[in-house]
Design a protein around this ligand. Structure first.
Ligand SMILES: [Zn+2]
Length: 259
């Protein structure tokens, strides 16, 4: 028996596969976290995830569809953003819709009282406009994955977790530890742009699959030609097709990992 297992391990190692692949236990979680709320991309993303029986994870700028929203950019033109009809529609199909701030300001670059006010406005709008939104179960996904201790502390009294830059919380690690305590969490993520992010996603996930395990959260934006560091829809389709067959990996939304 020892010899057989040893040979199994040796041959897996020589193939560059993780030894968990024949244990059939989930050691790896992956979240693909799509920011900003590009209408066309969100519907496309949702459809691709649905084809594999998965829930997509979308993070929305609360005021992106309102007259008052003027913080558009080259990568984020207002005309491409959806509204709460879209977000309620996608949520009713089972997808995860989470806050990505009130108006997409970098909260570390404005006075702290403004940052707090901005956060409150965002959460209030979600409470009033997103069906079945539970603030205490929600995850706040920072614009630019930019936060500091004071902002994190303020938010973690209100929401279950914050998603912030990997460089702030993961140090040199690619992935988060799979948490035992499922609240009060600062989760680290990595992203790439402004050009296509297919190669970055492929490389990060391959490295992650060969690691001992954890929870990799990648920040993405739109598909094809939309958003900063767009992902090709064909690539996303092929990627999910491949990953659902990896028996030690589960693709989940952040909210579902934290249930
Ligand atoms: Zn964003």
């Amino acid at each position: 028996m020892f010899r057989r297992n040893f040979l199994k391990l040796t041959s897996l190692a020589s193939l560059g596969l993780n030894s968990n692949s024949f244990i059939n236990e989930i050691s790896h979680y992956l979240t693909l976290s799509f920011d900003d709320g590009f209408k066309k991309s969100c519907y496309k993303t949702a459809k691709i995830f649905e084809d594999y029986g998965l829930k997509a994870s979308m993070n929305i700028i609360a005021s992106g569809h309102l007259e008052s929203f003027t913080n558009e950019s080259e990568w984020m033109p207002k005309k491409l953003l959806g509204d709460f009809y879209d977000w309620n529609n996608l949520k009713s199909r089972g997808h995860e819709i989470m806050p990505h701030s009130w108006e997409h300001l970098n909260l570390t670059k404005i006075p702290i009282e403004n940052a707090k006010n901005n956060i409150d406005k965002c959460l209030e709008y979600f409470n009033n406009n997103l069906d079945n939104f539970s603030q205490s179960d929600s995850i706040f996904n920072y614009p630019y994955n930019s936060s500091n201790k004071e902002i994190d502390e303020y938010l973690l009294k209100k929401v279950k977790a914050v998603r912030t830059a990997g460089r702030l919380v993961l140090k040199n690690n690619l992935s988060n530890k799979i948490p035992n305590e499922k609240k009060n969490l600062r989760l680290g993520t990595w992203g790439y742009g402004p050009d296509k992010s297919d190669a970055f996603v492929e490389k990060s996930i391959n490295r992650f699959l060969k690691s001992d395990g954890g929870w990799l959260i990648l920040t993405l934006h739109g598909l094809d030609n939309e958003g900063w560091g767009p992902l090709s829809s064909n690539y996303l389709d092929k990627l999910l097709n491949r990953l659902i067959k990896v028996n030690y990996l589960k693709i989940k939304t952040i909210g579902d990992v934290l249930i």
